[in-house]
Design a protein around this ligand. Structure first.
Ligand code: DUT
Ligand code: MG
Length: 148
């Protein structure tokens, strides 16, 4: 584990009184984040759920919004766009796009831990357009071409 990066955190008015994003154990990779609103997710539905905060990530990094495995396993709740991407230049409220893949309605209450944040370095790419790509043994085989 490398040292922590510093992320500016701004609490928004509707986030007042909510717990800060926090690591639930010494070795946790993700900081748990909580909902800042009340809602019920019907089976098969999705919502952008408020967290009540905004962040400023240093250049060269992103923050990934990932599901919590307990919610996924017990209730079928996931982040639809996982891993969600928070760009370093985004200054709006962090939202969690929750989807209910289970078969019962799922209630969310302010303070419920709904997802986790994992910072990651960003490697940008520069494209070089060419007429032909080099040959490989795999070629265009994919999507199970090597067998089960
Ligand atoms: O789970 C997420 C994913 C994204 N965002 C915010 C921060 C991110 O920087 C911005 C844009 O996300 P993304 O690039 O994934 O979405 P887009 O559909 O490409 O929107 P845009 O055109 O604004 O980039 O939305 C969230 O709050 N939560
Ligand atoms: Mg985008």
């Amino acid at each position: 584990m490398t040292g922590p990066i510093h992320i500016a955190f701004k609490r928004l008015p509707h986030g007042a009184g909510l717990p800060l994003p926090h690591y639930a154990s010494d070795g946790a990779a993700g900081m748990d984040i909580v909902a800042a609103e009340t809602l019920t997710l019907a089976p098969g539905s999705r919502r952008a759920v408020a967290t009540g905060f905004a962040i400023a990530i240093p250049p060269g990094y992103e923050v990934q919004v990932r599901p919590r495995s307990g919610l996924a396993l017990k209730h079928g709740i996931t982040c639809l766009n996982t891993p969600g991407t928070i760009d370093s230049d985004y200054r709006g409220e962090v939202k969690v796009i929750l989807a209910n893949l289970g078969d019962t309605p799922f209630d969310v209450t302010p303070g419920d831990r709904i997802a986790q944040l994992v910072p990651a370095p960003v490697q940008r790419a520069m494209l070089a357009e060419v007429a032909e790509l080099d040959d490989t043994a795999r070629g265009s085989g994919g999507f199970g071409s090597t067998g089960r």
